[in-house]
Design a protein around this ligand. Structure first.
Ligand SMILES: CC(C)=CCC/C(C)=C/CC/C(C)=C/CC/C(C)=C/COP(=O)(O)OP(=O)(O)O
Ligand SMILES: O=P(O)(O)OC[C@@H](O)CO
Ligand SMILES: [Mg+2]
Length: 232
């Protein structure tokens, strides 16, 4: 279970449905110092929008992973380093646990060698990913840690992803999930806006994921979060 993410501290998630901020370019995004770029979002995804971001980033050294939110937007592009495929462990609708995956294997020739697993635990009930998947976000720290252990031990998930998209999460919960894991890598995402929040979450998670900040504030703000995650 070892992938390049075991060496990462910081991931930038670029949403193909959102614009870059100010005068930022994809060159700025790719040279921000982040360890990898994940391309994905919940709503408004199309193959064309995915292609646009991969096309703009492929000439840079930063690893590029697609994170599809449904089977219809997976693109085949040699510029990609691989696919990170979510499974939402606390989804209310089993489509987001195995149904979408079954459909994907049915309609596509999946490149299994380049496909990796991400066990999502969605914790902000107001995020679109929570409504989309009908997630049960009413979980205490022990339950989140138990989901993390199950994801690693019973389901062999390479990455466990605590998804607080849009809000800053609880550091004790994140720490408990990290402690529940031996081999899997704990990603934390949600509400990281500056050096301090990146450092605080970087201290309890293996990898911090920064999303909306790049679209709302821009690459300079993201660079502060890279510094925070690296110094944690
Ligand atoms: C099997 C395949 C190929 C796909 C299915 C994959 C699954 C289960 C997707 C479920 C939804 C999910 C976990 C999407 C990942 C991307 C994500 C969480 C983006 C951030 O979401 P928000 O911040 O809530 O959304 P917006 O920023 O788009 O509003
Ligand atoms: O947009 P933010 O709140 O930074 O969240 C990052 C990421 O976890 C979203 O999938
Ligand atoms: Mg978002």
């Amino acid at each position: 279970m070892s992938g390049p993410w075991t060496q990462w501290d910081h991931v930038l998630k670029v949403d193909p449905d959102k614009e870059l901020a100010g005068d930022d370019t994809f060159a700025d995004v790719c040279t921000s110092g982040t360890d990898a770029i994940e391309i994905g979002g919940t709503t408004g995804m199309t193959e064309e929008k995915m292609e646009r971001v991969v096309g703009a980033c492929r000439e840079y050294d930063v690893p590029l992973f697609q994170e599809p939110s449904n089977p219809g937007v997976v693109i085949e592009d040699p510029g990609l380093d691989g696919y990170l495929i979510p499974t939402v462990f606390n989804a209310g609708d089993p489509f987001w646990i195995t149904g979408a995956h079954k459909e994907w294997a049915r309609i596509d020739e999946v490149e299994w060698d380049r496909t990796h697993t991400e066990a999502y635990i969605v914790l902000n009930p107001d995020a679109s990913v929570a409504t989309y998947t009908e997630a049960n976000c009413d979980l205490d720290t022990e339950e989140v840690a138990a989901y993390a252990a199950v994801a690693e031990r019973l389901f062999g998930q390479e990455i466990v992803y605590l998804e607080y998209s849009g809000m800053l999460g609880d550091t004790e919960t994140v720490a408990a999930a990290t402690e529940a894991l031996d081999d899997s890598t704990l990603f934390y995402g949600g509400g990281i806006r500056d050096y301090e929040s990146a450092k605080a979450m970087g201290a309890v998670a293996d990898v911090v994921v920064v999303g909306d900040l790049v679209h709302e504030e821009g690459v300079e703000a993201v660079e502060e979060t890279v510094r925070g995650a690296k110094e944690a």
